[in-house]
Design a protein around this ligand. Structure first.
Ligand code: PMP
Length: 396
């Protein structure tokens, strides 16, 4: 498979079947080379130095901001660099949340990642707002009709994932955004599992805030993005104060730099930003349709293979994006993952940072296999054979 050879990780681990890209994706050579070139050629602090190298590096840094903006269909000043999805969502909950929730309702779902659940739970507890959590249907995700029915004239904030990390359920963000806006509320979208798999245009989706992580879209760890509507970012107070986020500072008062810089106090993750730029260049060099088809074929092959094994329960639907969650009757998910690990198959087992969903489904955990653009049929077939071997080993 052509794309696998772009990732030196697989040459370093020829024996490994890596099916945990939802946790973090492997990095193409182009990203690794760009990080090395950054430290060899470009290392200087940004937005500060008055020498040519510092100007040039600042320009490269800001060029990536424009590249991210183009990638997700917004303007550069809408793009705030953060450490990741978690930091992006916490920034919105802490800085924007109190401006709008009042004694209204905050709506989320039982199937969210903890990083898009706890910040809203805590915001509700701090402010006295009502915390409404939509329950999942049997397949492990909420139904659109249930989301729409939960939104009322008291709804101030709705927070949900574009694609969920347990079952890969894809939500109809545009329809939900219209419903939220019709009652004067705001929509916060966790895009961590969507951006690696789908072309995302945030302005078309009409999300007010949209968060994602660099490391899941083939970029470095420690870099993420918060996209916000200009007017909303302007209303928000920065959470961190320090260098490069100010306009004027005197003994008595301080004023802030314009958005997005007022949210980026201190030396940013410059290498992370540069590496993210290289990752997006790599991703956009591949045709979306071809890639989506490839990933979808791998997931369907996996669902079919697993469904044919006695005792396997599959969560999610055939149109799930990026991941398949499953369990094997009579085998604890952790034991199954350990058995697979002994055969050099890396999958995730656990609650996937979604304990409320596990509680509702009355299961301790699931096994999750997730794909990237490098996942091929051999990877899928090895996992299916591994699960069948586990069934025989544990049950016969
Ligand atoms: N939301 C979802 C849906 C995720 O899958 C993840 C990563 N597992 C996160 C948020 C958190 O992302 P990060 O750890 O990169 O901040």
């Amino acid at each position: 498979m052509a794309w696998k050879s772009d990732f030196p990780f697989f040459a370093a681990h020829p024996e490994l079947t890596y099916l945990d890209s939802a946790a973090t994706a492997q990095k193409p050579q182009a990203v690794i080379d760009r990080l090395t070139a950054y430290y060899v050629n470009d290392n200087a602090n940004v937005h500060r130095g008055l020498y040519q190298l510092a100007y040039a590096t600042t320009e490269k840094f800001e060029t990536v901001r424009q590249q991210v903006a183009d990638f997700v269909g917004v303007a550069a000043h809408n793009v705030v660099f953060t450490r990741g999805t978690t930091e992006s969502l916490n920034l919105v909950a802490t800085s924007f949340g109190p401006l709008v929730v009042g004694d209204g309702e905050i709506v989320t779902t039982v199937a969210e990642h903890h990083s898009n659940f706890i910040p809203w739970q805590q915001l509700a507890q701090r402010t006295g707002a009502t915390f409404k959590v939509i329950r999942a249907r049997e397949n492990g995700d909420v139904a659109l009709a249930d989301v729409l029915a939960t939104i009322t004239p008291k709804t101030k904030l709705v927070a949900l994932a574009h694609v969920t990390n347990v079952t890969g359920a894809l939500r109809d963000i545009r329809t939900i955004a219209d419903a939220v806006h019709a009652v004067g509320g705001y929509l916060v979208v966790d895009g961590a599992q969507a951006v690696p798999h789908l072309p995302v245009k945030i302005a078309d989706l009409k999300a007010d805030f949209y968060a994602f992580s660099g490391h899941k879209v083939y970029g470095p760890t420690g870099i993420g993005v918060l996209v916000g509507r200009t007017q909303l970012l302007e209303q928000m107070l920065p959470l961190q104060f320090g260098g490069e986020m100010i306009d004027q500072v005197s003994i008595d008062e301080s004023t802030w730099a314009p958005v997005p810089l007022k949210f980026e106090a201190g030396t940013p993750n410059i290498a992370g930003v540069i590496g993210l730029g290289a990752a997006l260049t790599y991703v956009t060099s591949i045709d979306w349709d071809t890639r989506q088809q490839q990933e979808q074929q791998m997931l369907l092959r996996l669902r079919r293979g697993l469904a044919a094994i006695i005792g396997v329960t599959l969560y999610g639907d055939d149109d799930s994006v990026g991941a398949v969650s499953f369990n094997l009757a009579g085998v604890h998910p952790h034991d199954l993952a350990t058995f697979l690990d002994e055969q050099n198959i890396a999958v995730r087992a656990g609650h996937h940072c979604a304990q409320p969903l596990m509680l509702q489904l009355k299961i301790p955990a699931t096994v999750r296999a997730s794909v990237g653009l490098y996942t091929d049929e051999a990877d899928i077939d090895r996992l299916v054979a591994g699960v069948e071997a586990a069934r025989r080993f544990f049950n016969e």
